[in-house]
Design a protein around this ligand. Sequence first.
Ligand code: ZN
Length: 351
Amino acid sequence: MGYPNGLVSVSPGKQPLFSFGVITDVQYADIPDGRSFLGVPRYYRNSLLVLQKAIQNWNNRQSISFSLNLGDIVDGYCPKEQSLEAVKKVVKEFDNFNGRVYHMIGNHCLYNLPRSKLLPLLNLPSADCAYYDFSPIPEYRFVVLDAYDISAIGWPDDHPHTVEAVNLLNEKNPNLEKNSPDGLVGLERRFLKFNGGVGKDQLKWLDKTLQDATKSNQKVVVCCHIPLDPGATSKESLLWNYDEVMDVIHRYDCVKVCLGGHDHKGGHSVDTCGVHHRVLEAALECPPGTNAFGYIDVYEDRLSLIGTDRMASTEMDVYVPDFQLAMSGCNLKLYPFDLIYLLVLVMMIRR
Ligand SMILES: [Zn+2]
């Protein structure tokens, strides 16, 4: 069956177009188990076993063409003298996967190593830039954002991006301890030092990339360590300028799914323009014997996340009726089918 926007519905038994693996927040450290600030147990050594299990699982499937690491591979509590070796150790584990691994940077990676030392270890398409895009098949594009582009962590102290981040934190967060949300109200609670923002150049690049994807009739998956939608995460784990990033994303209708990490409990929402936001559950919080990783089967009309243990499975449709998008203010054209539906809707309301 065809949809008005040209998408084709796929029966559940049909083969996916391609599949890819997902894991986030491994936060490995060779230290005893501990707890988060909120008292949630953290299993620093076991997380490496979770990663090994993930890679074994992806390799056994053979159909997994690449994998995404959503960031935070080594924990901030890792002793500093071990940071370099710990990062190398986790990257080496990822290298056991029989396909390409696309890495993202997270705050914990940057507690351990400055960007100049971290980025060259992550096999990024460009060793000095943490945002990039790639197309596994011509119909799909993945856009990887650098959530710590504007950040008080990772850049040299006198770097303009550090200065911009420090100024923003001073303006938005009156606490002496900038990781404390005390007194901050509602969405303002995101202005914490362990979060970050997407800079102006990166925003321009995102706009150009989505414009290009639209011209090429590609569907897009946006990946970012820090979540982009308040509905999918706690207010304390949101990108500083999530609204600016989403404004760019909503200018186009090519982005279907945004994937994130950072908020360890995970989450899922569908925003007003029909974009799915799936924040993935952390590997770090898996008690020994449990796991949190998965793979995503991509079909014409949906992305199907098949999670293991603590990672919840999620169906994400990539078809949203255009009348719904138009009514929610998204910048989309209406199709005749939608106009008829709208007309019927209006007539029913008037009765
Ligand atoms: Zn993080």
